[in-house]
Design a binder for this molecule. Structure first.
Ligand SMILES: [Zn+2]
Length: 276
């Protein structure tokens, strides 16, 4: 494994065009092997010209991989966003807006705003404050990160990460030893305040949550993209950061497991069960 930070050259080779950036977001968010959320057939999506969208070849459903991300709300190109994120992950002492202004040729205001959003994202990753509480909803899920292998062996050698996300709020992720109850529930107790309405999948590990002071609702995930059982994740930024951090630290877990809250929220929003 490459334990050095990616070089600018590697970065440019990986993301030479706007197209490549968007493809990356699409791949990371939906994967290559998923069922179309609308028609449920094995998805075959093609790029829609002149839009940041992909369309199902069967039913014409459109997916926007930047939906719900900061990339969606600005006119700044994905390449510029990716480049500034690259700067952040490869610069030890932070990135000055002046430098961004100069290097990608945007106004100081735009440069400042980009840096600010990236910084808040990074800060959110490091937060350890408990989430939830009375009247709040927290979604909890696990994902498998890293490792290689064919489908039949897909969970071998992978790291298990539990993610807890308050609807519209903070996210906490932790590496755990397994998906067993004894490994998951202490994390929930450590980071989710009692009284919270907690949503999980059908996993039996969560069966006793209601005994711990939580209101527990189970969802039946008909679309599994964000579960990431094959190690893939649905999170555009997660994948992007993961790739860069893998390069920087030679290990991946703590960062590639992080879910960017708005993406998670937008994915969760497509799962009917999560809102019940
Ligand atoms: Zn379809």
């Amino acid at each position: 494994m490459n334990t050095n930070a990616p070089t600018l050259r590697q970065f440019q080779d990986r993301f030479p065009t706007e197209e490549a950036c968007l493809d990356h977001l699409f791949q990371v968010r939906y994967g290559t092997d998923f069922a179309c959320p609308k028609c449920d057939r094995p998805a075959k999506y093609s790029r829609v010209k002149a839009r940041r969208a992909y369309q199902c070849n069967w039913c014409a459903n459109q997916l926007y991989p930047t939906a719900g991300t900061p990339f969606d709300r600005t006119r700044t190109s994905l390449r510029d966003w990716f480049y500034v994120m690259f700067l952040f992950t490869t610069t030890r002492n932070g990135v000055a807006a002046k430098r961004v202004q100069r290097e990608i040729g945007v106004t100081y205001k735009t440069a400042w705003r980009m840096c600010d959003q990236i910084r808040s994202y990074m800060a959110a990753l490091d937060s350890d404050d408990p989430i939830g509480g009375e009247g709040e909803v927290v979604q909890i899920d696990e994902t498998f990160i890293g490792g290689k292998g064919k489908r039949h062996n897909m969970r071998a050698n992978k790291t298990v990460v539990i993610g807890m996300m308050e609807n519209g709020g903070e996210l906490v992720t932790r590496v755990v030893a397994s998906t067993r109850k004894n490994d998951l529930l202490p994390q929930v107790q450590a980071f989710v305040l009692p009284g919270t309405e907690v949503h999980t999948d059908e996993s039996s590990s969560y069966r006793t949550l209601h005994n711990l002071g939580f209101t527990h609702k189970k969802v039946n995930h008909s679309i599994q993209e964000y579960v990431g059982a094959d190690g893939r994740t649905v999170n555009a930024l997660e994948g992007f950061w993961g790739m860069l951090k893998r390069g920087i630290y030679g290990t991946h877990v703590s960062v590639s497991a992080k879910h960017f809250r708005s993406i998670w929220a937008s994915i969760a929003g497509t799962c009917g069960g999560c809102r019940t």
